[in-house]
Write a protein that binds this ligand. Structure first.
Ligand SMILES: Cc1cc2nc3c(=O)[nH]c(=O)nc-3n(C[C@H](O)[C@H](O)[C@H](O)COP(=O)(O)OP(=O)(O)OC[C@H]3O[C@@H](n4cnc5c(N)ncnc54)[C@H](O)[C@@H]3O)c2cc1C
Ligand code: FES
Length: 267
């Protein structure tokens, strides 16, 4: 947390649709790695959000309408409004030792995967990206990836409004047969990440890196609300990116998470 900054920034650009928006802030030069997140505070309501864009000057967060905080942000926040940003927080995807990546983003899990693909393309590392969403408009913020020479991008939608219909996991086999992938990075619903990982394991033993989401209060490793049963790791400070082989030793991975009161909610 050496370069952690806690400061308010004015939104200078807002893109998106009624269910999901990307908010941009001019933060200047910060050492931010794909997979890291910020705590965003808008009108005294604070939640963690993955970095979905950073170009060395401007940062973007893609926020899906889900409950009270995100509904308030999406329906009320406009250009010129201030957000409190605390970050960058957490660890990041391992990228240095690999050359050919398979990236999979499901739902709003597309946010960190989009940033990861942008980052890899900038350093000329080959990446095949699969995005899955309810409907195609939720992936509009990722469309410029198609112009990156290092990236190959495919979309899967539940309602057949995009390129391919069906689950994002349908695209895995073709890529693994065609490409010499040396790591896989995943973010999205846990049930999807388990199906994807089991499919990948049938083809190859390359490392699978998984970005996890848990209810967070402090975001800096103090309160314990994001601890994984029974392995005792904190998603905010030890993650959010974990190795699949480690995660499957946690009894809650893919099965349940805890809500704001610490009560178990099954997936
Ligand atoms: C590291 C990290 C990165 C994240 N990145 C993004 C992002 O880029 N974009 C984005 O839209 N959201 C992201 N989230 C989720 C976000 O922080 C909020 O938790 C979520 O948007 C719901 O907040 P809310 O207040 O609107 O809803 P709430 O009123 O808190 O909850 C609405 C529903 O969602 C469930 N829920 C809330 N939080 C979680 C959670 N952490 N895990 C599982 N279920 C939960 C609740 O149990 C409830 O059923 C991220 C979370 C983490 C931990
Ligand atoms: S959110 Fe407090 S320890 Fe992770």
């Amino acid at each position: 947390m050496n370069n952690l900054i806690e400061k308010s920034y004015k939104t200078f650009r807002v893109d998106g649709c009624t269910d999901q928006k990307t908010f941009y802030f001019k933060i200047g030069k910060v050492d931010i790695k794909p997979g890291q997140f910020y705590m965003l505070n808008y009108n005294n309501s604070q939640k963690p959000f993955s970095v979905s864009h950073y170009d060395g000057e401007n940062i973007g967060f893609t926020i899906l309408k889900r409950g009270n905080t995100t509904l308030h942000m999406i329906e009320n926040a406009k250009i010129g409004d201030y957000f409190g940003l605390t970050g960058p927080l957490g660890n990041s995807f391992h990228t240095e030792q690999y050359t050919n990546f398979l990236l999979i983003g499901g739902g709003v899990g597309a946010a960190p995967i989009y940033f990861l693909s942008e980052y890899l393309s900038k350093i000329n590392k080959k990446n095949s990206v699969l995005f899955g969403s309810r409907t195609s408009s939720l992936c509009d913020f990722t469309h410029n990836l198609k112009s990156n020479k290092s990236a190959t991008v495919s979309y899967y939608t539940d309602d057949n409004s995009g390129e391919n219909q069906g689950f994002v996991t349908n695209g895995i086999e073709e890529i693994l047969q065609k490409e010499k992938i040396d790591t896989v990075c995943l973010c999205g619903p846990e049930k999807m990440m388990i199906v994807a990982s089991e499919k990948i394991k049938k083809f190859t033993s390359v490392p699978i890196q998984i970005s996890m989401e848990r209810y967070m209060k402090c975001g800096i490793g103090i309160c314990g609300s994001c601890v994984l049963d029974d392995i005792g790791l904190r998603v905010c400070a030890d993650g959010p990116v974990f190795d699949y082989e480690l995660l499957i030793t946690s009894k809650e991975f893919g099965k349940y998470h805890r809500n704001s009161g610490g009560l178990i909610e099954k997936f």
